[in-house]
Design a protein around this ligand. Structure first.
Ligand SMILES: Cc1cc2nc3c(=O)[nH]c(=O)nc-3n(C[C@H](O)[C@H](O)[C@H](O)COP(=O)(O)OP(=O)(O)OC[C@H]3O[C@@H](n4cnc5c(N)ncnc54)[C@H](O)[C@@H]3O)c2cc1C
Length: 490
């Protein structure tokens, strides 16, 4: 049925109620943190959240259809927080959210955007149709093995794969368990979008339908004497009576309840869900994935950095999210390479803990669940004797900031490189490779972790402990409880 202005106003008001929790959950939607209760609401599906609203049947259908468009996946598997964040990103305005979802277009299309980026990346060696089969981290480099047999090595790797295909490449050492599990369970975006040419000029139409229908939105893309191009969306392609994108009769049948009189002539689409390089449509987290998966998806593992729209904070299901995550990763890599010229940010070596001090002042606040580096780039204070035993690893002396004589690292002289606080949680830091380049000396402010060296030695890292690990140590780091250390990498 046609919606009157009054119906639409009711729909917008209902959607505002649906999204209202976005105000408390995402008071700063571009930030990495969220408000109280994310687990509860993140664990709630759009379907469950719809069930909490008192709505007239007609308005309910409209709000449900909006959910189908945002998720493009089954509503009982799509986290309602995904809609809340879009609403928050749009200034907590339903009208702005609708505009962001449907009205903004690239003037010359996405191909032009990609072409422009590629043209400006003059130093890039772009290889299309060349899947990466294996990613190996060794001492000093990340190495990619490509399907065509080539290998590429670099001081760092940037993994920008969608989460659904992370497991399609083999990683050695393996990615964190959280990343691997997320890739196995996938996000909920598993819908279908296609362009449909129908006979004649049917003008501008926009027809929406709730989840029970095979198609949830059909909207005019272009119309004229040669016919009308529609865009059709299905949040659950299992309901589509279509065998493929050449099945004009199947799509005609699916379109029938929305636009009874149209005659389908042509379909253009792509099966993203079964494309092995995508395995899904745009990223919509499942209930719980926001809190359980997102921090880890953004966490560096050794020399591997991670980017892509699926791990973006803002505009996660959008090109904008991919671009934002690219900026962030570029900054992180620049910092990493600039600081240590390819040496790992959190590094260590097989070592023995050697001095412990008990009187450590703990920070007032608990560390957040995400791991991050807070680095102080100042010259260390001149405190006289260094807080670690002399002659260990490549350490010589000097908290003065003057270059320290190095006994390791190929005999190079190196200045004190970096120091600062480093935090990680037991979820996102459950298991990752820890490789020391130079030396890593740190004191544990709080938390416990364990290192396991390749020969099976287990080193317990306990609060207050002062540890120094020499160049060349490789180990697996396991974080046991929220962990904060003050480190000096030299
Ligand atoms: C149907 C559809 C419509 C959309 N419409 C919009 C829209 O209107 N506006 C908007 O902002 N966003 C839209 N999106 C979302 C947007 O496309 C994504 O958010 C964005 O493309 C994500 O960028 P990305 O670089 O993170 O990942 P991707 O664009 O998915 O890029 C990942 C790349 O990795 C490659 N790859 C996969 N496996 C391997 C491997 N083993 N080795 C090497 N390469 C590999 C893939 O081929 C792909 O090129 C849409 C998505 C879909 C599916």
């Amino acid at each position: 049925m046609d919606l009157s202005d009054d119906d639409l106003a009711q729909g917008v008001e209902a959607l505002a109620r649906f999204c209202a929790l976005g105000k408390t959950l995402f008071p700063e939607p571009y930030g990495e943190t969220w408000g109280p209760g994310p687990e509860g609401y993140g664990d709630r599906s759009m379907r469950d959240h719809l069930g909490t609203l008192q709505l007239s049947p007609q308005v309910r259908d409209w709000v449900e259809a909006m959910c189908c468009l945002v998720a493009l996946g089954p509503l009982d598997q799509s986290a309602t927080t995904e809609f809340f964040r879009t609403y928050a990103l749009s200034g907590w305005s339903v009208e702005q959210a609708l505009a962001a979802l449907t009205a903004t277009k690239l003037v010359k299309g996405t191909r032009e955007l990609i072409g422009s980026i590629a043209e400006q990346a003059r130093l890039a060696d772009i290889r299309l149709n060349t899947p990466v089969l294996r990613v190996t981290q060794t001492d000093g480099e990340a190495r990619l093995e490509l399907a065509n047999g080539d290998t590429i090595s670099a001081p760092v790797g940037l993994i920008a794969l969608p989460i659904n295909v992370l497991n399609s490449a083999e990683f050695d050492p393996p990615l964190s368990e959280t990343k691997r599990t997320a890739s196995t369970e996938r996000h909920a975006g598993a819908g279908m979008k296609c362009f449909v040419r129908v006979k004649g000029d049917i003008g501008n139409v926009s027809v929406m339908a709730p989840e029970a229908h095979a198609l949830n939105w059909a909207v005019t893309y272009r119309h004229g004497a040669e016919g009308t191009w529609l865009i059709a969306f299905a949040s659950n392609p299992d309901k589509l009576p279509m065998a493929g994108f050449d099945d004009v009769a199947g799509l005609q049948e699916a379109l029938q309840p929305l636009l009874p009189d149209v005659e389908v002539e042509q379909i253009v689409g792509w099966d993203w869900v079964n494309d092995p390089l995508a395995l899904g449509t745009w990223c919509i987290y499942r209930p719980g994935q926001l809190a359980q998966v997102l921090p880890d998806l953004r966490t560096t593992e050794g020399r591997l950095f991670f980017a892509g729209a699926d791990s973006a904070i803002a505009w996660r299901s959008f090109i904008d999210g991919a671009i934002q995550s690219g900026y962030r990763a570029a900054r992180d890599i620049d910092e990493y390479l600039g600081a240590g010229k390819g040496q790992a940010p959190a590094t260590a070596g097989p070592t023995v803990p050697h001095r412990r001090t008990a009187a450590i002042r703990k920070p007032a606040a608990q560390p957040p669940a995400t791991s991050f580096l807070e680095e102080s780039w100042q010259t260390p204070p001149n405190t006289g004797a260094p807080p670690w035993p002399q002659g260990h690893g490549n350490r010589s002396s000097s908290t003065t900031g003057k270059p320290a004589k190095s006994t390791g690292c190929a005999g190079r002289e190196k200045p004190l490189q970096r120091r600062g606080l480093w935090r990680i949680g037991p979820d996102n830091g459950a298991h990752f490779p820890y490789n020391v380049h130079g030396s890593d000396t740190f004191q544990i402010i709080e938390g416990e972790a364990e290192l396991e060296t390749p020969d099976g030695e287990k080193i317990k890292l306990t609060p207050g402990g002062l540890y120094s690990f020499p160049d060349g140590l490789t180990a697996i780091w396991r974080t046991k409880s929220p962990f904060v250390k003050f480190f000096v990498v030299a």
